[in-house]
Design a protein around this ligand. Structure first.
Ligand code: DGL
Length: 268
């Protein structure tokens, strides 16, 4: 164990508050770690931009985190993972962990009915999702539903009625999916974890809602263990620090509110 490295923070980034859903799971899974969370609000949203643009802004975010001194980087964003993780891994030697829509567990647990995947337009366009889709579409009916503007709506702390109205339109009217036929909803964007209740209210109680945060948090733990990078037992306890490329006066308190919400959701 190299104590200097072990005591460095784990860097985490997303376009905004979405990745805080994963951050909270990691805090619970790895007490004693220090986390640096970057909300790349100056470049948000990611999901409706081009792949090249998101590759560039994600690399810039990774460089910013790396310059702060981190022992691992978690890309807490499905969109940035799809567009940029290969490039980030090429440039940095530290472990880089990303996210992908949890289609495999959805098919394994509940492959009989319709599985809808809610994600940003860019995530659903990219190879990562399309490879997963081809791999599992033979044994389940998978329906991708792009959700432009949804991350922004969640981030604006919209009222539950507005969230439900958006979902009714995007899944039912635009996506032409009959709610009572849905067996599973895969949350393919970290922002959507904050509106699980509204999703369930719209789609109905028969639908299981699956997100990748739990699995990713465990994957980060296993990776740090394997690399001998976990914080020393003598560490001073969990620390979380928020950074932003946006306006700190607005974004940092927003991050703190969503972090409390995310911890509350785990406790539920
Ligand atoms: N939270 C991000 C994701 O998981 C993207 C949100 C956005 O900026 O469009 O894909």
């Amino acid at each position: 164990m190299n104590n200097n490295l072990n005591n460095l923070p784990i860097g985490v980034f997303d376009s905004g508050i979405g990745g805080i859903s994963l951050l909270a799971k990691m805090v619970r899974t790895m007490p004693g770690e220090h986390f640096l969370y970057l909300s790349d609000s100056a470049n948000a949203p990611y999901g409706t931009k081009s792949c090249n643009c998101i590759r560039d802004v994600s690399l810039a975010a990774a460089r910013l985190m790396s310059a702060k001194g981190i022992k691992a980087l978690v890309v807490a964003c499905n969109t940035a993972t799809s567009a940029a993780i290969t490039y980030i891994r090429e440039e940095f030697e530290i472990p880089v962990i990303g996210m992908e829509p949890a289609i495999k567990p959805a098919v394994e647990k509940n492959g009989k009915g319709k599985i809808i995947v809610l994600a940003t337009p860019l995530t659903l366009k990219e190879n990562k999702f399309n490879d997963l889709f081809r791999r599992f579409n033979c044994c389940a009916e998978i329906i991708p539903v792009p959700c432009p503007g949804f991350a922004e709506l969640i981030e604006s702390e919209a009222q539950p009625e507005e969230i439900r109205e958006y979902l009714t339109h995007i899944i039912g009217d635009a996506g032409r999916v009959k709610f009572n036929k849905v067996s599973t909803v895969v949350l393919g964007c970290t922002h959507y974890c904050f509106v699980r209740d509204e999703i369930s209210q719209v789609v109905g109680p028969q639908a299981v809602i699956i997100d990748g945060t739990e699995g990713t948090a465990r994957h980060v733990l296993r990776t740090l263990e394997a690399e001998g990078l976990l914080a020393a037992a003598s560490s001073s306890g969990t620390e979380v620090e928020f950074l932003t490329t946006g306006a700190p006066d607005r974004v940092i308190p927003l991050c703190e509110r969503f972090f409390d919400k995310a911890l509350g959701m785990i406790g539920k």
